[in-house]
Design a protein around this ligand. Sequence first.
Ligand SMILES: Cc1cc2nc3c(=O)[nH]c(=O)nc-3n(C[C@H](O)[C@H](O)[C@H](O)COP(=O)(O)OP(=O)(O)OC[C@H]3O[C@@H](n4cnc5c(N)ncnc54)[C@H](O)[C@@H]3O)c2cc1C
Length: 472
Amino acid sequence: MSLWGKYQNDFHFAPLKKDIEVDVLIIGGGICGLSTLYYLKDHPSVCLVESQSIGSGVSKNTTGKLTYLQSKIYTDLEKNINYEIASSYLKSQLYAISLIKKIIANESLACDLEKVTSYLHADKKKDLKVLAQEKKFLEENGLVVHENESAIWVEDTYVFNPIKYLNGLKEILKEKEIYEHTQVVDVQYKNNQYVCSTFNGQKILANQVIFACHYPFFLFPFCLPLYSHIEKSYLIAYQTDVNKRTSGITISNPGYSYRYYKDGKKIYKICLASSHHAAIKQNDCQNFSKVKEKFSIPEDKIVSKWSNVDIITDDKLPFIGEIKNHCYLATGFNTWGMTNGLLAAKIISDAILGKKNQYAFLFQTKRFNFYRMKSFMINTFGSVYNYIVSHFHKDWYPNTLYFEKKKNTLVAIYVDESGRKHKVIPKCPHMKCGLVFNEVEKTWDCPCHSSRFDLDGNCMKGPSTKSITYKG
Ligand SMILES: Cc1cc2nc3c(=O)[nH]c(=O)nc-3n(C[C@H](O)[C@H](O)[C@H](O)COP(=O)(O)OP(=O)(O)OC[C@H]3O[C@@H](n4cnc5c(N)ncnc54)[C@H](O)[C@@H]3O)c2cc1C
């Protein structure tokens, strides 16, 4: 469980039990979905459904930094698209930080928001040139940047507790129509309305639908696998006496990232390292060890260890906006969804309320740039490659697992410490990618599109909408 998991409160919303009709349906109760509902709170007919509980997705496993110092993003955007887009992206991140600060202040949300110094480190000699470019870019765009021989830093960034933020929003929105444990499994457009079916068989009729579910469970019309890949990272939180209000990240990838967190008298440091393309063969145990080594973390001070995944888009810009007929998508936050999730909430709610948003153009779902076309070819190949190699991942599995062929179906059997057998079909129902066993967190993970299943095969995270339990 992540450090933030222990802050989830006991206040829950009931599941949907009957068919309903609304104007706007929000699918997903993470930072993006719940913040969207906040901006639409005065709308007369809006409802949010969440397949598990509010804040149980990627938002629970984040680092929780609110910063515009995002590794070498501006150098990349300037090189791959152009200077104006890089500059607009920087402004959008500053805008997003101001949005979340405003919500927290206006609603007096107790979510441990603190101003911190953010560092960008060049831990390799070859990164010094990029470090200088990032500094020049930030200064040209009016920001005050400090430097030493291997890092630059800024003073106006923040950290917070994402689950306390979501708990606060839950309280404010408790009179709104929110249903937990309500998973949408199908959406059809019929007679100018969306007919959304839930796992338990209810229908939600909606004029407008917002997909804020991290990875959309449909393939068409958007085909996200062709424009993105999944990145997996490993995090350790430990208790410390060092009261340094800082956060930081490196230019190189895989590099490292860290932040400070203070909860009352307790001080924690959250450390992240060993990020990798989820489809590349890696060993979870070794990756956690690398984080521990890199930050010299004392074993007895460790509070929690967890892994997390996010969607990395080819051109490093999220997809936010309409995909067709009042159907909106917010995804591809490139590990910066605390800011981009807020931005998506504002851009989409503005579109629904008929307001213009100055950043909507930047994240359009149908945007075109040369870099995207180049990556499209690479990703098409990558998706096919991932699909094929994911079926040969058996050598990733540890000794506690064995396989049996039952009526032409491959069944994976995990034997737990009590000797109980957990049987699953290790193939993702979403697009049939082979699943990888995560031996540290004891889950089945999809290396292609980030679905996740527990030991008994229950679906914990989409895009899959089905379980992989073997019932034979
Ligand atoms: C290692 C790591 C560190 C990060 N650190 C930072 C950071 O410091 N700062 C930052 O800005 N960003 C960070 N991010 C990124 C950020 O955490 C994510 O981009 C963000 O949390 C995504 O929010 P979300 O609301 O889109 O998704 P989620 O939080 O996953 O919410 C989506 C919700 O939709 C629900 N859902 C899914 N399918 C359905 C369905 N069919 N029906 C109903 N509900 C459904 C899920 O259960 C889930 O609760 C990090 C990411 C990673 C991987």
